[in-house]
Design a protein around this ligand. Structure first.
Ligand SMILES: [Zn+2]
Length: 344
């Protein structure tokens, strides 16, 4: 059954089965190798697709079952980056991580996600979304010992992303989403070159393009950071007017249990809005009514055909049964509001 209004979707990641990678852990290493790993990833994709379909999610994804991390899995496949000698850097001004180092010109010499995208396309009849990191967030996950300029490196990454995205589109992917959590931290850079490099990454695509901007997973460094943001989170206020003028079709934002004033959505007039109605930083499973409440509130600022009920962020750090419960709540909450919109 195809829903024309309030098409539900998820931001990206879902928990992996315990036989594929250690649960409730970010960057968890694979527990399988070689062909067994490929088969395991595909089995995991089939499982998350069925979970999404049975929960009533309309635009589905692979739950990032085929990557260890939303940024580094792409970078690992590029030339010019040294993974053997890691450097410690501060990520999004928040926490230290050992990251790979840019040592020469970055280049994509082979397809990265094509095989995974092909499999995803073949495994479901629903519209499919594929996620890629955005250029600024990629820059912020590396030590740059070569370009010595975040902007220059971002422009190079945009070229890499565009080549990858065009290939994904040709394989039948319906929505390509760039994840840019860094857009909530480096607002001056967003204005100076962030929007431009994001648009360069999406240049020439005819499928739907999206950007996801969030306040991160429920890890301690993020929770501590959120405590410093005050009673109203207005980071989107400077970025949304710029995105409204951009060529990006859809914007995903965090609304469930966040301190984002919903009226900021109005700054995105004309865009599709993916309203985060599921909190990924809590194990508590929302009720359909809680989801519906957020969607009704968002409908004051966005037309129903432009509202896409969604999660706040990826659900990889959660237990599988919690994530499944949250998917069901999202589907059921959207169904409630759809019924109201249909007049009963
Ligand atoms: Zn996110």
């Amino acid at each position: 059954m195809k829903n024309s209004l309030l098409q539900t979707t998820i931001v990206g990641s879902l928990p992996k089965p315990a036989w594929l990678a250690e649960p409730k852990k970010l960057w968890a290493p694979w527990l399988l190798q070689d062909e067994a790993l490929t088969e395991g990833m595909q089995d995991a994709v089939r499982l998350v697709l069925r979970d999404q379909e049975s929960a009533g999610i309309d635009i589905v994804g692979d739950g990032e079952q085929t990557r260890r991390h939303f940024v580094t899995t792409l970078i690992e496949n590029l030339d010019g980056v040294d993974f053997a000698n890691k450097k410690t850097v501060r990520i999004r001004n928040r926490y230290d991580a050992d990251v790979p180092m840019v040592v020469g010109p970055v280049a994509r010499t082979r397809p990265v996600f094509a095989e995974h995208a092909k499999f995803l396309r073949s495994a479901t009849d629903r519209p499919v979304k594929f996620t890629l990191p955005g250029p600024m967030t990629m820059v912020d996950t590396l030590y740059d010992g070569y370009y010595k300029s975040r902007e220059k490196l971002a422009r190079e990454f945009a070229k890499v992303l565009n080549a990858e995205a065009r290939e994904l589109e040709a394989l039948g992917i319906n929505v390509i989403q760039f994840d840019e959590p860094a857009f909530n931290v480096f607002m001056d850079e967003v204005r100076d070159w962030g929007i431009e490099t994001l648009e360069a990454a999406a240049a020439g695509l005819k499928c739907k393009t999206a950007v996801h901007i969030c306040y991160g997973y429920g890890i301690k460094a993020n929770n501590d950071w959120k405590k410093t943001l005050g009673s109203e989170w207005r980071q989107y206020e400077s970025t949304f007017p710029l995105l409204a003028k951009s060529k990006i079709d859809q914007v995903s934002l965090e609304c469930a249990n966040s301190h984002v004033p919903l009226e900021l959505v109005e700054l995105l007039r004309g865009k599709d809005i993916m309203v985060g109605a599921i909190d990924v930083a809590s194990d508590e499973i929302e009720t359909p009514e809680q989801v519906a409440k957020i969607l009704r509130a968002a409908l004051k600022y966005v037309a129903p055909e432009k509202l896409y009920p969604c999660t706040n962020c990826g659900m990889v750090p959660l237990a599988r049964e919690v994530a499944r419960g949250k998917l069901k709540a999202l589907g059921a909450g959207a169904a409630l509001v759809r019924k109201e919109l249909a007049g009963g």
